[in-house]
Design a protein around this ligand. Structure first.
Ligand SMILES: CC(=O)SCCNC(=O)CCNC(=O)[C@H](O)C(C)(C)COP(=O)(O)OP(=O)(O)OC[C@H]1O[C@@H](n2cnc3c(N)ncnc32)[C@H](O)[C@@H]1OP(=O)(O)O
Ligand SMILES: N[C@@H](CCO)C(=O)O
Length: 309
């Protein structure tokens, strides 16, 4: 939340230079407050698990958040019951005339096929196109980030020789960026993917800025300069045991899988994994919701400007 201090207090200028959010008294008096409208396009197979993970993070602010869960009309989910989807989810047709302050597009286990082979690709493209006019800021995760970078900017994904699997160390590329406010100089995030986007492909797009990288896991976070789109290649939302579940799943199926890096104490899979990315995840979602949604979205969503990429 912003701090309200007299304009002339020395801390005001210092904190403003650090991008710490300082609100003038005038703005504080005139700020209208309403619940934020957030859509979650849930493409993950185990949708209840993902809903819980994302809602835990989106619920960790003093802001009121109204959430719409969105499923794909053009895909029948194998791993989440139709009862659950019928009860709690809407489709794009139901929401296309609405506007949202924020939207999350999740990962999906379809990264090893071409985008165009994904059953719901056309529908997702429709949603991503619509997001330019009907959503203030869109937060893309893992395959969702690859899909967004490809759809909006023509950026390709490439297969990795070995699955990027584990908890990797990251560093910031931009000093005092509001989305990374309060982050430690190095921080840890889970990655679990067979493909990657290349740093130079993103650097070649003038609208995009790289915010964080990992020596081992590559680009972690990028955004448009105006903050209307964020692309996050890791899974900060994952629970303590999500990578363990993926590891044992593949092991039991006889699939080639290495131990997740930097995850089980002593690399012993019988040990409980150390949860080293939770504070990062909370801060990332908190900062997005506060700085790129709540403080900047129009009070009247009908006044939303189209995204200028
Ligand atoms: C790169 C990232 O974004 S990582 C994010 C993805 N991470 C995860 O999904 C982690 C958890 N997932 C899992 O543990 C596994 O995917 C499981 C256990 C849910 C299912 O694994 P499997 O038994 O190998 O495969 P299964 O055939 O059941 O599911 C594969 C998924 O891909 C979907 N899929 C397969 N082919 C296509 C296609 N052409 N178009 C769209 N979806 C497809 C399936 O429908 C299913 O997803 P759904 O449940 O949403 O319908
Ligand atoms: N995180 C995914 C990768 C596949 O897209 C899994 O392990 O299921």
């Amino acid at each position: 939340m912003p701090i309200k201090i007299p304009d002339s207090l020395p801390a005001s200028r210092i904190l403003e230079n650090e991008n710490i959010f300082v609100m003038t008294e005038y703005r504080a008096l005139h700020q209208d407050i309403r619940p934020l409208q957030i859509a979650i396009v849930n493409l993950m197979p185990k949708k209840i698990e993902t809903e819980t993970q994302l809602l835990r993070l989106l619920g960790n602010t003093p802001l009121q958040v109204d959430v719409e869960l969105i499923q794909m009309k053009s895909h029948v989910s194998k791993n989440t019951s139709s009862e659950h989807l019928f009860k709690f989810y809407k489709t794009f047709d139901d929401i296309k005339d609405m506007r949202f302050d924020g939207m999350v597009i999740t990962g999906a286990p379809v990264e090893q096929m071409a985008f165009e082979e994904v059953e719901y690709w056309d529908e997702l493209c429709q949603i991503m196109e619509w997001s330019k006019t009907n959503v203030f800021s869109t937060f893309h995760i893992c395959w969702g980030a690859q899909a967004g970078l490809y759809y909006h900017y023509g950026i390709q994904k490439y297969p990795l020789k070995e699955k990027m699997f584990g908890i990797f160390q990251h560093r910031l590329c931009v000093e005092n960026h509001p989305i990374t406010r309060g982050f430690d100089e190095v921080f840890f995030v889970p990655h679990s993917r067979h493909t990657e986007v290349k740093r130079w492909d993103i650097e070649n797009v003038p609208e995009l800025e790289i915010l964080s990288v990992s020596e081992k896991a590559g680009v972690y976070a990028a955004s448009t300069y105006n903050g209307r789109q964020f692309f996050i290649t890791g899974h900060s939302e994952y629970d303590r045991d999500t990578l363990a579940n993926e590891y044992f799943r593949d092991l039991n199926k006889g699939l080639p899988i290495s131990l997740p890096e930097n995850y089980f104490p002593g690399n012993d899979p019988s040990q409980t994994p150390l949860y080293t990315w939770r504070s990062h995840a909370n801060l990332l979602f908190y900062n997005w919701l506060n700085y790129y949604v709540y403080q900047t979205t129009p009070y009247d969503l009908e006044q939303l400007d189209p995204k200028s990429e």
